[in-house]
Design a protein around this ligand. Structure first.
Ligand code: GBH
Length: 452
């Protein structure tokens, strides 16, 4: 007998959409919000594709009710969003901006009314510019106190309704890419020692955020980091290539995972950094390595690795020009990162549970025709990735949820508004939202808790 076996996800699997405040909210200067480093960076001509900026974005600050209603109509029960630090504390620290605080009260109330659980990222790259000006942002250890104060403020304000907290989104994107290669705000190209120091301050801030949730989060509060781990996919799933993938994962992610999960910097990292190694204090790692409840992973792409012939622990293979990719240059299509990413994080770090806090793809989707956007490319990509995630769960990896990036098209950082990651199409002239075919498809997947 031939049957249709639909890959089913575990009971209580968390399905949702993800966004971030600076990418969707707009209202860049309204109700007391101060400038973020991204607001400033986007003002420098030539930094952002098409010289786009974040001032208006998707107008979500004003259209949040419609957005949450649309999310509900698609059947999402969970929504990962971020809070804008410059809205809550326009001076970086000091006086709280009540109007900013109230916006998220309204947003969380609306979500509750619609049966949608919030998953809140405390920091998704929008440092108040004033802190960058005052002491160099992530370069100076004073940022840790400022961040601790911010984290405590929002946990105290929203802890009655927000039970799932994500401390920082992708440390490397606001340290290494922001102060090292300069492709993210504030767009600086500084020496390695300074970059390593920004990284250390981010780790400390993660620790302060964990502490804030433990102290003020109330009953049932949970907390974890979201990281964009570098994942090597074994070219062939044999013992040798899998060992190579293990070795690559440990080495490539040691700057984040050694301090957080083992409470020290890896000796190899400190040795290779030499005089550029971060300066730290004896107690720092107690703060950094406090146990968390889950690890959030943003997984889009990776690298292919195999056992090396020359005695090295692994060999990385170059992508040939014909290798399939999405429309954004960096996104090679590699569904297997949703198998190997969670698996390696659990095996190597001992992460107690994994949430895929972002996965999706950027394409130059055409505008709706007769109210429809046939993004079969996105449907296919997400379906293939989810198949690998299902395989990870079947093999025993504790993956508890998946958030599709993104709910709607939005400000894709240096790639501006051209690159669309949304399940919902956003018209930037009229701000009309149109669910794409992939949104309709994903809606059925969430409802059925299985791949369709
Ligand atoms: C995530 O970052 C972000 O969290 C989210 O805000 C964003 O919109 C989404 O994914 C889609 O991009 O410039 O060639 O050196 C994605 C992870 C890490 C991918 C840095 C691009 C830079 C590659 N990003 N990476 S390159």
């Amino acid at each position: 007998m031939i049957i249709h076996q639909k890959p089913t996800f575990p009971k209580n699997f968390v399905w949702g959409f993800a966004t971030a405040a600076p990418q969707i909210e707009g209202a860049g200067r309204e109700d007391g919000k101060s400038e973020s480093v991204w607001d400033r960076y986007a003002r420098q001509p030539g930094t952002i594709h098409n010289n786009d900026n974040l001032d208006v974005a998707c107008q979500h600050y004003h259209l949040y009710k419609e957005d949450i209603a649309l999310m509900r109509s698609l059947g999402a029960k969970n929504y990962r969003l971020s809070i804008a630090w410059p809205r809550i504390l326009p001076g970086g620290d000091g006086a709280v901006n009540q109007k900013g605080v109230d916006f998220y009260h309204r947003l969380f109330d609306t979500m509750m009314e619609n049966g949608i659980t919030p998953w809140v990222t405390m920091y998704h790259w929008d440092m108040p510019q004033v802190l960058e000006d005052r002491f160099g942002g992530w370069r100076d250890r004073r940022v840790v106190d400022a961040f601790a104060n911010y984290a405590q403020t929002i946990v105290k304000a929203y802890g009655d309704r927000v039970k799932n907290w994500i401390t920082l989104n992708e440390i490397s994107c606001f340290t290494y890419y922001a102060y090292g290669t300069g492709v993210k705000a504030p767009g600086l190209k500084l020496p390695e020692g300074i970059v390593n120091q920004t990284y250390h301050h981010a780790l400390l801030s993660h620790g302060e955020a964990v502490r804030a949730v433990r102290e003020y989060g109330g009953p049932g509060a949970r907390v974890g980091l979201t990281d964009n781990a570098l994942v090597g996919v074994p070219v062939t799933e044999t013992a040798e290539d899998i060992a190579a993938a293990h070795a690559y994962f440990i080495e490539a992610n040691c700057r984040t995972f050694e301090p957080i999960y083992r409470g020290h910097y890896h000796p190899d990292y400190l040795q290779s950094a030499g005089a550029n190694a971060p300066r730290f204090e004896a107690d720092d790692f107690k703060l950094i390595s406090q146990p968390t409840d889950f690890l959030g992973m943003n997984l889009y792409s990776g690298l292919f690795v195999r056992a090396a012939q020359n005695g090295a622990k692994y060999e990385i293979l170059d992508f040939p020009p014909s290798y399939p990719q999405a429309d954004n240059t960096w996104q090679k299509i590699m569904p297997q990162v949703l198998y190997w990413g969670p698996r390696l994080a659990v095996e190597i770090c001992g992460a107690p549970a994994i949430y895929i806090t972002e996965n999706g793809c950027g394409y130059n989707d055409a505008p709706p025709v007769n109210g429809e956007v046939h993004d079969l490319h996105r449907r296919d990509l997400v379906r293939n990735y989810l198949g690998e995630l299902h395989r990870a769960i079947r093999d025993g990896v504790p993956v508890e949820g998946y958030f599709l990036w993104s709910f709607m098209d939005n400000f894709e950082w240096d790639e501006g508004y051209a690159r669309r990651f949304g399940a919902v199409y956003c018209d930037y002239q009229t701000f009309k939202r149109t669910p794409k075919l992939s949104a309709r498809w994903y809606s059925k997947v969430m409802a059925g808790n299985c791949l369709l």
